[in-house]
Ligand binder design. Structure first.
Ligand code: ATP
Ligand code: MG
Length: 296
């Protein structure tokens, strides 16, 4: 169930980055528009800027799982989730055509602007992400790759009144096609129950990923356990270790720990998480000052 875009309607422009078995390019999509002008219907074409996420042609064997992601994304319509225009098959390449989100990935943005990020700003990011995931929970849809680089920023919100505006990106190739080593690399984003069996993927998995994302947001986009070897990462989960709670946002730290519970059924519902964030946000007295967490 996805919209097929003819290859003639897209153009590929500059390279934006590499993902998991994908390359991301800027591009355009031409859309035919109908206009009524005194009873006459006229057609015109408009070029829209888009992002092209192209599955490496060497990985054509996983086109089906790649399109399953696209089909999940076509079922959602939420202001904090990236819009997928459709999919395109161009010779041997499979492409997701998506909306451009102006300021790119949240982790990179937070690294660049770390001195300007207030606790209030971080609360808003947390709240918007929780609302997107609560929507998916209601629809019984699993994302499966919630992490800071998969949150894109549509509005920076550093100038006071408007605040940030995020959009959760698509999850990319499903974790079911990743090798064990690739899954270990994703520790501590990937939920522990998915390490040995990816069939354990469920909405509870996204709660764990949300918890890790909260940690990363509190630490200005820092990547958790980034200096650990693969063996150390594996031991981290085997020993049921916990992330060091951020001191700057005590309120979010508590929530983070509830989400990063090694027993999936004990993780809270996103509706409850949203309620908590709203309550904490009202209580929070350190509303406007810049938080000064340093990752340990
Ligand atoms: P993964 O499945 O691991 O997330 P991916 O294919 O989604 O892989 P990413 O690493 O998430 O690739 O994205 C690569 C880069 O592309 C990001 O850092 C971001 O800058 C850019 N990017 C991705 N999607 C968009 C978008 N919709 N708008 C603007 N930039 C984007
Ligand atoms: Mg991504």
């Amino acid at each position: 169930s996805f919209h097929r875009i003819p290859k003639e309607e897209i153009t590929q422009l500059e390279h934006l980055g590499r993902g998991t078995r994908t390359n991301i390019y800027a591009g355009t999509l031409s859309c035919r528009e109908e206009e009524e002008d005194g009873g006459n219907v006229q057609y015109s074409t408009r070029e829209m800027r888009v992002v092209l996420k192209i599955l490496d042609s060497a990985h054509r064997d996983i086109s089906l799982p790649f399109f399953e992601t696209a089909s999940m994304m076509r079922q959602v319509c939420h202001k904090h989730i990236v819009l997928l225009h459709g999919v395109c098959v161009r010779n041997l390449e499979n492409i997701m055509v998506e909306e451009v989100v102006e300021f790119g990935a949240l982790d990179l943005f937070m690294h660049r602007k770390s001195e300007h990020l207030s606790t209030a700003w971080k609360f808003l990011v947390a709240k918007q992400l929780a609302s997107a995931l609560s929507y998916l929970e209601d629809k019984n849809l699993v994302h499966g790759n919630v992490c800071t680089k998969n949150i894109l920023l549509a509005r920076q919100g550093l100038d006071g009144d408007s605040g940030p505006f995020i959009k959760l990106s698509d999850p990319g190739v499903p974790i079911t096609v990743l090798s064990r080593e690739e899954r270990v690399e994703r520790i501590p984003w990937i939920a522990p129950e998915c390490m040995d069996d990816t069939k354990n993927l469920s909405i509870a998995t996204d709660k764990w990923g949300f918890g890790t994302t909260l940690w990363s947001v509190c630490y200005n986009g820092e990547l958790p356990l980034k200096d650990r070897s693969l063996a150390e990462k594996e031991r981290f989960y085997e020993a049921h270790c916990k992330m060091t709670p951020p001191v700057c946002c005590k309120e979010l730290a508590e929530l983070m720990q509830q989400c990063m519970n090694y027993n999936p059924p004990e993780r809270p519902f996103f509706r409850a998480i949203m309620r908590d964030i709203n309550r904490l946000q009202e209580q929070s007295e350190c509303h406007t000052h810049v938080s000064t967490c340093q990752a340990i």
